[in-house]
Design a protein around this ligand. Structure first.
Ligand code: FRU
Length: 454
């Protein structure tokens, strides 16, 4: 490795102490704790021997790691799944038990707030005799007083929806797909009820695909539509992506949050097993709240805001057009509000003493925003491609760029969460300077840099 890999451990994003972490699982809130279970190999920093790891937080930014919650057993690995509150007192986890030949859905209960689980004796509770049937996402549906599950027939590119009153007996209600971008597998479906800006709500079905996402590898697409308790009907079959960065996968939302609140895995299967972080691998995104905005061009689309930052200490660092007093070994919030002429362009970069750069910006003439992690030297691999961009609402000249850099992660919230780009970034030497440059007319009306500490 290039230097000490501990420089890559984020401070306000969850990462496991050692071992390998992928998808967030079992997101549920109980007794003032946010639970984050996750796909976890406790033995080695590479995928394999999958268990459910566990962390809890009171504020979504300070996480405490707890012992492994659900084990790999002789019957197979404990693949992705979700959790709900059962009988007002228990946490019920519903997950895929995966062997070489079979993937079926199992159930386990916890009466001690997720610290330990007892497997249900009658497992599996949902079995189609398939080796490609996984990732159940369950939530309580108020309208029908029933649990609903989305789950994928992965290789067939279908999401099945089931209903159950007791989590044990499931009846098939409907199916969705093949639709959108199929990739090789559909994975980790997530159906959520999302408020619209005009005071209503619609349903959003997110489907992760891997490999075969447009940027390469794994990515999370979604459809906006309605769910009548039985069937999900999209408004359009056109696919949108939740995030324009390369590292946003397996999005899941808290099953019992009052408003949609989710976490994704901040990585990509193309290189997740190779990142230069030493004896641990895997990091989660910040928690995000979701909404729906409508425009003529885009119809309904998801908006996102980071949640939990208000619970951190914020120390403002005074900055100008170029400032080398920026502590890149801390989590940084870089928030700019920019007014641009129609032909102008703004770019920001974080720079290190090694002449490494992470660059992001917005080009009003092109109507596109971008992130470029190409001039950082800490990691190189054939699939670790470096440039990402997104088409912004045509005519946008005033824009805010809200970036969160946390040692090896970068999340860029544009235009009040209208577009978000998320990616890993590996500086050989962490940055210490921030620079911006504006081409054409316009001005940076506000630039605030905060150090965020737990
Ligand atoms: C998605 C995924 C899931 C599976 C899990 C295994 O990243 O492939 O489909 O349940 O990871 O760890």
């Amino acid at each position: 490795y290039l230097g000490d890999p501990s420089k890559y451990r984020p401070t306000i994003h969850y990462s496991p102490p050692s071992g390998f972490m992928n998808d967030p699982n079992g997101l549920v809130i109980k007794d003032h704790e946010f639970h984050l279970f996750y796909q976890y190999d406790p033995y080695a920093p590479i995928i394999g021997n999958v268990h459910w790891g566990h962390a809890v937080s009171g504020d979504l930014v300070r996480w405490v790691t707890l012992p492994v919650a659900i084990n790999e057993t002789a019957a197979g690995q404990a693949f992705s799944g979700s959790a709900v509150i059962f009988n007002n007192s228990l946490i019920a986890a519903i997950y895929t038990r995966a062997s070489e030949t079979k993937q079926a859905q199992e159930l386990a209960f916890s009466s001690d707030n997720g610290r330990t689980f007892q497997e249900y004796k009658g497992n599996p509770v949902l079995d189609r005799n398939s080796d490609s049937f996984r990732d159940p996402q369950v939530f309580w549906d108020e309208r029908t007083h029933e649990y609903k599950m989305t789950v994928v027939k992965a290789r067939k590119h279908q999401v099945l929806i089931y209903g159950s009153r007791d989590l044990v007996n499931w009846r098939e209600l409907s199916s969705f797909g093949p639709a959108g971008i199929l990739g090789i597998d559909y994975e980790c479906p997530n159906l959520m009820r999302v408020p619209t800006e005009d005071g209503h709500y619609k349903w959003v079905l997110a489907i992760s695909i891997n490999p075969g996402s447009p940027l390469g590898g794994s990515g999370t697409q979604y459809f906006v539509g309605d769910f009548d308790g039985t069937t999900f009907t999209p408004d359009y079959y056109e696919t949108k992506f939740v995030d324009f960065g390369k590292d946003f996968y397996a999005l899941q939302t808290y099953s019992n949050a009052r408003a949609p609140l989710g976490i994704a895995w901040l990585s990509n299967w193309q290189y997740a097993n190779f990142t230069p972080t030493g004896d641990w691998r895997g990091v989660m995104t910040l928690a995000r709240g979701f909404g729906l905005r409508y425009t003529e061009d885009f119809k309904y689309f998801l908006t996102q805001k980071p949640v939990g930052l208000e619970n951190l200490y914020r120390r403002e660092v005074p900055v100008g057009a170029e400032s080398c007093s920026v502590p890149g070994d801390k989590a940084l919030e870089i928030h700019a509000i920019v007014e641009l002429g129609p032909r102008s362009r703004i770019s920001f970069s974080l720079l290190s003493e090694n002449h490494e750069q992470l660059v992001w910006g917005y080009d009003a003439n092109a109507g596109q925003a971008w992130i470029d992690r190409g001039r950082t030297f800490g990691f190189s691999q054939r699939f670790f491609t470096d440039k990402m961009s997104v088409a912004v609402i045509p005519g946008t000249t005033n824009i805010d760029l809200h970036a969160i850099f946390d040692k090896s992660t970068f999340e860029l919230f544009l235009d009040d969460g209208t577009f978000v780009g998320t990616c890993l970034v590996f500086f050989e030497k962490l940055p210490n300077c921030l620079r911006y440059s504006l081409v054409g007319d316009g001005r940076v009306t506000n630039l605030t840099v905060n150090v965020l500490t737990p």
